[in-house]
Ligand binder design. Sequence first.
Ligand SMILES: *Cc1c(COP(=O)(O)O)cnc(C)c1O
Length: 232
Amino acid sequence: MVNIRENLARLREEIRTAAKRSGRREEDILFVAVTKTRPVEDIIEAVRWGVTAVGENRVQELLEKKARWPENISVRWRLIGHLQKNKVRKVFGEVSSVDSVDSLDLAKRLSAEGERTGRVLPVLVEVNTSGEESKMGLLPGEALPALGKIIGECPFLSVEGLMTIGPLTEDEARVRRSFASLRELAEKARREFSLPLPELSMGMSGDFSWAIEEGSTMVRIGSALFGERRGT
Ligand SMILES: *Cc1c(COP(=O)(O)O)cnc(C)c1O
């Protein structure tokens, strides 16, 4: 049996330690529990012990879980996986943020839905810092101009920062380089667009301590909290 409460306590301790090493506090880093493939009961357990934000990467699964979610328990739902344009309408009103905006086209669709429904949606723009072909996200070379267009042409999006998935390797230097490149990109973007862009969503179960040391403000943790996933 996986003990969610104990895992959470251990993870919090590791987050605290990494935050300290980078001159920050645990409260400066948002813990996003990644709940894909997990039953609602496990998510409720995590929220019971203090999780305030959950990340799902598929629209259908997110909607099914929300439909079964108890009304009296509050948590923020974030979409962290690739969003198909034809699902924008379905998911727009159901999430507190879309952390995986990976094209100008998608950003425009989301903003149009914001205009239609009268709501500004917080988003993160995903950048493929590792260059791995299997990963979504803007390529680093195109990220700054694309970000400029998203900011300029999508009045119903509030761009809060950037998101990336580190390379699939145990090579610490490579993983850190990928995270550092996201931080540097955000620094450039802040200067160029005069926006705060405070959020850097980076770090998962295997690399969140490095990510925090490289400036992450938001870690997305699944298997280290809930146990290994079967299947996907
Ligand atoms: C699954 C997933 C995670 C969490 O991965 P773990 O290794 O289980 O912590 C984080 N971010 C995204 C985008 C994911 O799809």
